[in-house]
Design a protein around this ligand. Structure first.
Ligand code: HEC
Ligand code: HEC
Length: 301
């Protein structure tokens, strides 16, 4: 019955096919299934990544925020303004800013009264830039006032929430004198990422030493004193043009300023202008500040 002399297991074409299937087909099928499995799992993983990265790539680089002038204005809360603007300095107490929640630092300021605090927040004080360095178009007086109340109340005060301006009534009707100068200075900041700029200024200001004593003691002549003070204080903003400061040595930028009389320019340096803090935030003497203005101006003619 059997012609197979060696008792080979494959005796019919049917058996041969079965053997071929078993020998090749099964491993190949397993490989295919494995490949599909592996491929599948990576594909779902990668799919979401691609989606995300595409989304990231097609997001417009600059989001243009179009405001409808007629739409009722939605005011930011004190907390929102604080987080967006004031926290740059007030969260950690940079540059000598009274720290948020520190009632020891806020107590004496609160006792000056709300009106003084608001006035100083709007107009600047020492190293505190007017309106925290913002533009009145971005943060109205009302919103700055809310931030003042928010901070003061977390420092121990119990000021009432400022009254919201009625629709139609200009939110900035109470703009204090000096605010018009602010607009020009801060326009540039508002346009180009005020927070990075402010942060740079803050970092620079934090290192502003109180130089007056050192300079007076050194008995340096006024040109030297000017240069020393420039390096220690004014350079923080004027070297790179931080916050829109006219750059040291930039003839064009300074030519515009030099249309004013030197007295006016000294005055700006002594008492501040826009984001430029009085005396650059230092407590140098008037004479030293004038010397440094001379130094900057002479280097930029
Ligand atoms: C670039 C840093 C900086 C930013 C940003 C900033 N401040 Fe200040 N702020 C200061 C410094 C420094 C002082 C202390 C000034 C001093 O007493 O000489 C101060 C003081 C104040 C005071 C107390 C003033 C007083 O009468 O003693 C108020 C109020 C205030 N800031 C409100 C604000 C508000 C509101 C914002 C946000 C809209 C803001 N600040 C953003 C640095 C900053
Ligand atoms: C925190 C940043 C900062 C520091 C520090 C600083 N400035 Fe300024 N300065 C500015 C800005 C911003 C302006 C432009 C202000 C404007 O035009 O509204 C300016 C403008 C000026 C002007 C031109 C004013 C004009 O329009 O005629 C003089 C002068 C000046 N600063 C002197 C000084 C001197 C002197 C020091 C150091 C004692 C100093 N600044 C430190 C930011 C700064």
């Amino acid at each position: 019955m059997s012609e197979a002399p060696h008792g080979a297991p494959i005796k019919t074409p049917g058996q041969l096919i079965a053997a071929v299937i078993a020998g090749f087909g099964v491993p190949v099928a397993i490989l295919i299934l494995l490949a599909v499995y592996v491929n599948n799992s990576t594909r779902t993983g990668a799919g979401t990544d691609i989606e995300q990265s595409v989304n990231a790539r097609i997001t417009p680089a600059a989001q243009v925020d179009i405001r409808d002038a007629n739409a009722p204005r939605v005011y930011k809360t004190g907390e929102e303004v604080f987080k967006a603007v004031c926290s740059t300095c007030h969260a950690s107490g940079t540059a000598g800013a009274p720290k948020f929640g520190d009632s020891g630092a806020w107590g004496p300021r609160i006792s000056e009264g709300y009106d003084t605090l608001l006035h100083n927040a709007l107009n600047g004080k020492g190293a505190m830039p007017a309106r925290g360095g913002t533009n009145p178009d971005d943060y109205s007086d009302f919103e700055i006032a809310r931030a003042v109340v928010y901070m003061a109340n977390h420092g121990g005060a119990s000021f009432a929430e400022p009254a919201q301006p009625k629709p139609g009534e200009a939110a900035d009707a109470s703009a204090a004198p000096g605010a018009s100068g602010t607009a020009t200075a801060t326009g540039a900041i508002g346009a180009s990422g005020e927070n990075t700029q402010a942060a740079a200024a803050v970092a620079a200001l934090a290192s502003v030493p109180q130089t007056a004593a050192a300079l007076a003691a050194s008995g340096a002549d006024s040109a030297q004193a000017g240069k020393a003070l420039y390096t220690q204080v004014c350079q923080a903003c004027h070297a790179a043009g931080v916050l829109g400061a006219p750059k040291f040595g930039d003839k064009e930028a300074w030519a515009l300023r030099l249309k004013d009389s030197m007295d006016t320019i000294y005055n700006y340096a002594l008492h501040g202008k826009g984001a430029m803090p009085p005396k650059g935030g230092s407590n140098a003497s008037d004479a030293d500040v004038k010397a440094v203005v001379d130094y900057i101006v002479n280097a930029s003619k």
